[in-house]
Ligand binder design. Structure first.
Ligand code: COS
Length: 384
């Protein structure tokens, strides 16, 4: 049978097939347990590391596979199909590590990228605070330069994997009055005096992916841990998010595909009025709309990933479109899957309620879909 994804290279197909096998055989069977217990998926990530998947996006000279963005998105979709929590941690390996690839000097790249590529350490990215989410430039967590160090005071919030990361890109302000132009990016390692992990959030979904607060009390970070120059942090953060948003789209497509697959399977099994419910046009139309939306979302994700692999100068528009469309699709498709399962769908006997809970975050993190629409509109009409 012809592969419908004819536009993929042999290498990209090989990545997709390898990750699909690991995801379906080794990660999916553990997903309900991860959801029930909130256990960190150590073994799942180790397995991905052993197969070279944690370093897919990292250049070869730093130990990665240099497979590109489309390959990364294919992998993300497969992992998300199996376990959204594990896929979030996979995505954060890119979100937290990309600033080093983008703005790191040679020494910083050599220090961190090979360990990220092998999966020896994981990464995190810390931008948001209690009072600044969408308005990221309003951050308060501050750094003051003292000789060859920055002294950091304040707190960050909503940090995925902040409790486990071997390196976290932390955005701090060195001059609040300058908003974005006063933001600086620092690499923070665990065990640094004055740096502690705070509250673990109890969340609706992605239970195995820890979300924590980070606290800094007279925490001294050496200047050699600064990415780029003073005041370049906001641009680094925005570029990083632009690069990462398609991967959220890929995660959303994976969750939506899992819900669609489950709904098709159930509709063919479940009988009512002496027929499988899949024989009813009401269900058929739902399945058709779900499949069409998943297909369209996947293509939009693949398109922007392809643009990035071709080094398109600006992809902010397409990145936000992919994230927004795919995550809205995931929410709709998972909700419809629960509907098709009826009362059973509302119980933990079946996975669709988990898919629905996991899908919700994709509309919120890495910029709410309201922010994505703002970015899209700004590209259309300019900043008014
Ligand atoms: N690439 C490079 N630079 C970018 C950029 C991008 N994709 N997007 C914005 N910038 C630059 C702008 O060009 C501008 O630079 P100059 O000041 O030199 O002109 C600077 O960043 C500030 O941009 P802007 O004026 O648009 O900033 P705003 O404060 O208005 O905020 C939004 C812009 C709302 C888009 C931004 O704050 C945002 O993305 N918020 C959501 C944050 C988010 O996603 N949080 C999730 C946390 S990670 S889980």
């Amino acid at each position: 049978m012809m592969d419908q994804q004819y536009y993929l290279t042999d290498d990209q197909r090989a990545v997709r097939d390898l990750v699909r096998e690991i995801a379906r055989e080794r990660i999916a069977p553990l997903a309900a347990h991860v959801d029930e217990t909130g256990e960190y998926p150590h073994e799942q990530l180790k397995l991905l590391g052993q197969q070279g998947v944690m370093g897919l996006h990292i250049p070869e000279e730093y130990g990665g596979a240099a497979a590109g963005m489309l390959a990364f998105c294919l992998a993300a979709e497969e992992i998300a199909w199996a376990c959204a929590a594990t896929s979030t941690l996979f995505l954060v390996q890119n979100l937290g590590g990309y600033p080093i690839m983008l703005a790191g000097n040679e020494e910083q790249k050599r220090r961190f990228l090979p360990r990220l590529a092998s999966g020896e350490i994981t990464a995190a990215f810390s931008l948001s605070e209690a009072g600044s989410g969408s308005d990221a430039a309003a951050m308060q967590c501050a750094a003051v330069r003292k000789g060859d160090r920055y002294v950091v005071n304040g707190s960050k919030m909503w940090v995925t994997n902040g409790s486990h990361a071997g390196v976290t890109t932390v955005l701090v302000t060195t001059d609040r009055s300058k908003r974005g132009k006063g933001v600086t990016a620092l690499l923070v390692e665990p065990g640094t005096p004055g740096f502690t992990v705070g509250k673990h959030e109890k969340k609706l979904g992605i239970h195995g992916s820890p979300t924590v607060a980070l606290h800094f009390t007279d925490c001294e970070i050496p200047v050699e841990n600064r990415l780029g120059e003073d005041g370049e942090g906001f641009r680094i953060a925005m570029k990083t998010l632009e690069h990462s948003r398609p991967t959220i789209g890929a995660q959303a497509v994976g969750i939506a595909q899992a819900a669609l697959d489950a709904a098709i399977g159930y509709a063919k099994e479940r009988r009512a009025f002496d027929q499988p419910i899949a024989a009813f046009q009401g269900i058929q139309f739902m399945l058709a709309d779900m499949a069409t939306a998943v297909h369209a979302s996947r293509l939009v994700v693949h398109h922007v990933a392809g643009l990035m692999d071709r080094h398109a100068p600006s992809t902010a528009l397409e990145a936000s479109m992919a994230k927004c469309l795919a995550s809205d699709t995931a929410m709709k498709v998972t909700t419809d899957a629960v509907q098709i399962f009826g009362g059973y769908g509302y119980t933990r006997e079946f996975p669709v309620e988990r898919f629905m809970r996991d899908a919700k975050i994709t509309q919120i993190y890495e910029g709410t879909n309201q922010i994505q629409r703002l970015v899209i509109a700004q590209q259309l009409v300019g900043k008014l």
